[in-house]
Design a protein around this ligand. Structure first.
Ligand SMILES: Nc1ncnc2c1ncn2[C@@H]1O[C@H](COP(=O)(O)OP(=O)(O)OP(=O)(O)O)[C@@H](O)[C@H]1O
Ligand SMILES: [Mg+2]
Length: 317
């Protein structure tokens, strides 16, 4: 109105202000989004900062090769983090080198927990676990674990090839076809592989289009082959034959017997046909050893073992 600005100037300035406004708005929005995303980044970095609670000692003791005495659980207690209840308490048992030991007990008795303690996936909350007279935590973690071949009851079915699925037991040997075939034949997985269209190169599982799924027992044979890939001093099979048919079970154990000749083996099973082959059987209840002895001794003792055995045997009569 004063005539200082022309209509053109005015139009230009209004446009410029409008643009400035949206730019400033965008800038502020960007800043607030940055702050929002930074929170996720915080989660990521705190995740990276989590250190494993179970570590190797500074100067690990040399792993005994061969194992001379074996494992000793000395008044061991274990409580899962955040739980009131003791899963294992006042547990004392000895697993001698070269022995085949079976753990039996009802669901939740603590069998799987005990073998996890043995592989040092957890450290006991109380008491000590010794290997050849030294505490388990004195040995190097990697060496200890590489010396233990263990197949858990909830083993993983990888959507990889048959040969890779077996080589998981010892990834360094994944190119070693002869070793993989040997492990497969010990676990009776060779027969499973023979039926696959692409043999050892066949992808397993249903996730991919070219995958072939196996039956529960066939997967179990593949998983058992993983344990045989290792130069394990200790072989642990948690429910190894639950899904195997009667003939396969008998055969797996016949081969297991040959193999376990110079090794320590721990079997966990609810099948007494499997359990009775062990040199020594520990009957667990509430995280403690209730009874122990050979099959014949335990049956003669007429305790919990005899009761469970009779219960299962009655079904076959
Ligand atoms: N990760 C976990 N966190 C908390 N509690 C657990 C965990 N794993 C197992 N438990 C508890 O510990 C107890 C023992 O479990 P464990 O798996 O050792 O039993 P099990 O003897 O192997 O049984 P099953 O015969 O069914 O395999 C169970 O009561 C279970 O609830
Ligand atoms: Mg279990």
């Amino acid at each position: 109105m004063a005539g200082d600005l022309t209509i053109g100037d005015l139009t230009f300035l209004t446009g410029a202000f409008l643009r400035l406004r949206s730019l400033v708005e965008g800038l502020l929005l960007g800043a607030s989004q940055l702050a929002g995303q930074a929170q996720y980044l915080d989660d990521l970095f705190s995740f990276f900062a989590i250190a494993p609670g179970i570590r190797s000692p500074e100067a690990p003791a040399p792993f005994p090769v061969p194992v001379r005495e074996g494992f000793v659980f000395d008044d061991v207690g274990y409580r899962y983090p955040g739980q009131e209840r003791w899963t294992v308490r006042h547990l004392s048992l000895a697993i001698r080198a070269g022995e085949v030991v079976a753990l039996v007990g009802e669901n939740g008795a603590g069998k799987t927990t005990i073998v996890k303690l043995l592989a040092r996936l957890y450290d006991p909350s109380e008491g000590r676990i010794l290997l050849d007279g030294r505490e388990l935590r004195d040995y190097g973690l990697d060496e200890l674990r590489s010396r233990i071949g263990i197949i858990f009851q909830d083993f993983v079915r990888f959507d990889l090839t048959a040969s890779e699925n077996i080589a998981i037991g010892r990834i360094a040997a994944r190119e070693d076809a002869a070793r993989i075939e040997r492990a497969a034949s010990r676990a009776l997985a060779d027969g499973v592989v023979a039926k696959l269209p692409a043999g050892y190169g066949q992808r397993l599982g249903r996730r991919f289009e070219d995958g072939v799924d196996l039956s529960g027992g066939e997967w179990q044979k593949v998983a058992i082959a993983r344990a045989y890939m290792r130069d394990a001093a200790v072989l642990i099979l948690d429910e190894p034959t639950a899904a195997l048919d009667a003939r396969a079970e008998a055969e797996v154990f016949a081969r297991f017997g040959d193999l376990a000749a110079d090794r320590t083996a721990i079997l966990i099973s609810h099948r007494f046909s499997t359990v009775r082959r062990a040199d020594r059987i520990f009957v667990l209840a509430d995280g403690k050893v209730l009874e122990s002895g050979s099959h014949a001794e335990l049956v003669a003792a007429r305790g919990r073992y005899a009761e469970l055995f009779d219960l299962q045997a009655a079904g076959y009569r």
